[in-house]
Ligand binder design. Structure first.
Ligand code: BES
Ligand code: MN
Ligand code: ZN
Length: 485
């Protein structure tokens, strides 16, 4: 899709549909902000508001054909709800784009509401994210991609729109990786996708193979990989700012399980297909690096994506196995389905050895986080309050819902075992907390944030502003964190 900034009066812009964002009004009157559009189309917005057909409720959309006084063939008014901040405007625009796609409108224009650069960026992101669909493998001709979208804004917002395009396209890149079926995207295929992206974007890329990992002593990661005929990989992507950066070095660690059967502790078959999304943490980090390569923050950033397939093959690890991780700590494998923390701990240790001063990991780690926070909030854990606050501010700016979870030593007894330094599971109670505590044992004193994205990595039913399928969660927040370091 072609995205362009156009500085012209909205009435004069030719398009299949012109999109305008409406905050939610009261029963008495529409909210302020759309008076000009309402006047141009002869009071239609005030009229549907008065009848109660459309009052700007979040993600509602109303369509007017052949609006007199407007050059576009249709006017789509997109509800942004009572909040109507940048985050809700992003979603409202996304919902309007999806409505436009459904009716086959291909050439669009969007009126950017008041609010400066942050709102202009959110509009650009809403357009690109709303256009994305899960239809890569559909062979029919019922696809309706948006051809072009004019962003109608005044003021100095060109850079913000370009930033929004880059970040949203990178989020969509992550979504495409997530959506790939597990027969197509195994560990080596994921590594090749990362390598190709790095070559395109000018990032350094190194892919550690099984032998290199064996030599380093990544016994925990390799234990998970041994049940599959597909060899594992550790993807490393490096971004260095001009001049080398001022000391801090951000490490992004993403869980890349291309399919999680559970291994010998095998999962029930219901919904097992969703376990293709178990590489969403890796996809988020690779997607974030794609944007970082183009937006060039001042801090050095390296992504680490350990990638494996968790299968119950004849060589698979067993419950009861004890393995030695790269850190030297031993892990008793009480459940082979708790494989994410086993591949992440070696990647976290490796990231520290390569000089990362701050770490963020993202992982579809536990079903327990879905019980705790549902499908709307990502769970955030950290060993450093100031770092966590900084990240939560990025998430809030980017409209990604995230919620801080406790990391309390009192839970530590649950992952104690007489047989090794740590057990890989800690029982049902507080399952996402004991998983995070397990990872903290390896992050140690390095400022570290863990994102449990098991509930937010994909939309099982789609949303008005997003297709059913991959969500690309965390990309925008991670890029924001690096840019605002
Ligand atoms: N990949 C799963 C977590 C998951 C569950 C992601 C549901 C998305 C949706 C993870 O590897 C896993 O299996 N975790 C176990 C841990 C348990 C064995 C301690 C879980 O949550 O059941
Ligand atoms: Mn698992
Ligand atoms: Zn998993």
């Amino acid at each position: 899709m072609e995205l362009k900034l156009v500085q012209a009066p909205f009435e004069t812009v030719e398009a299949d549909a012109l999109i305008a964002v409406a905050p939610e009004g009261s029963a008495q009157a529409p909210a302020a902000g759309l008076e000009d559009v309402d006047r141009a189309c002869g009071g239609w917005i005030a009229e549907i508001h008065a009848t109660g057909e459309f009052r700007g409720k979040a993600y509602d959309a109303a369509v007017l054909h052949r609006p007199a006084g407007i050059a576009a063939r249709r006017l789509i008014v997109a509800g942004a709800g009572k909040t109507a901040n940048a985050a809700e405007i992003r979603r409202a625009v996304g919902a309007a784009i999806r409505a436009a796609k459904r009716i086959g409108a291909a050439k669009l224009a969007v009126v950017v509401p008041e609010g400066g650069a942050a709102v202009a960026q959110a509009v650009a992101e809403g357009v690109v994210l709303g256009d994305w669909d899960s239809d890569r493998y559909k062979t029919g001709n019922d696809r309706h991609p948006i051809e072009s979208c004019a962003i109608l804004a005044s003021g100095d917002v060109a850079a913000a729109i370009e930033r929004g395009r880059i970040v949203a396209e990178s989020q969509n890149f992550a979504r495409d990786l997530q959506n790939e079926p597990p027969n197509v995207l195994g560990p080596l295929a994921l590594a090749e996708r990362a390598r190709a992206m790095a070559a395109e974007q000018g990032l350094e890329c190194e892919i550690l193979d099984q032998d290199q990992m064996r030599q380093l002593g990544m016994g925990s990661l390799l234990a998970v990989a041994q049940g599959s005929v597909q060899p594992p990989a550790l993807i490393v992507l490096r971004y260095k700012p001009a001049g080398g950066g001022a000391g801090d070095h951000l490490g992004l660690v993403g869980k890349g399980v291309t399919f999680d059967t559970g291994g010998i502790s095998i999962k029930p078959s219901d919904n097992m297909d969703k376990m293709k999304y178990d590489m969403s943490g890796a996809a988020a980090m690779i997607g974030a690096m794609r944007a970082i390569a183009q937006l060039k923050p001042a801090i050095a950033v390296t992504a680490f994506a350990p990638t494996v397939e968790n299968m119950p093959g004849g060589k698979a690890q067993r419950p009861g196995d004890i393995v030695t991780s790269l850190s030297g700590k031993t892990v008793e494998v009480l459940n082979t389905d708790a494989e994410g923390r086993m591949i992440l701990n070696d990647a976290i240790t490796y990231a520290k050895r390569l000089g990362c001063t701050h770490l963020v990991d993202a992982a579809t780690l536990t079903g327990a986080i879905v019980v705790a926070l549902g499908h709307h909030y990502t769970g955030v854990f950290s060993n450093n309050g100031a770092f966590q606050d900084k990240f939560l501010a990025s998430a809030a700016r980017q409209g990604e819902k995230m919620w801080p979870m406790p990391l309390d030593d009192e839970f530590k007894d649950q992952i104690k075992t007489p047989f090794a330094d740590v057990a890989n599971v800690g029982g049902r109670a507080g399952g996402s907390i004991t998983a995070a505590l397990f990872l903290r044992e390896f992050a140690e004193d390095t400022p570290w944030i863990h994102l449990d994205i098991a509930g937010t990595a994909s939309y099982d039913d789609g949303r008005p502003f997003a297709a059913k399928g991959a969500a690309g969660v965390a990309v925008r927040s991670l890029v924001d964190l690096a840019l605002n370091w």
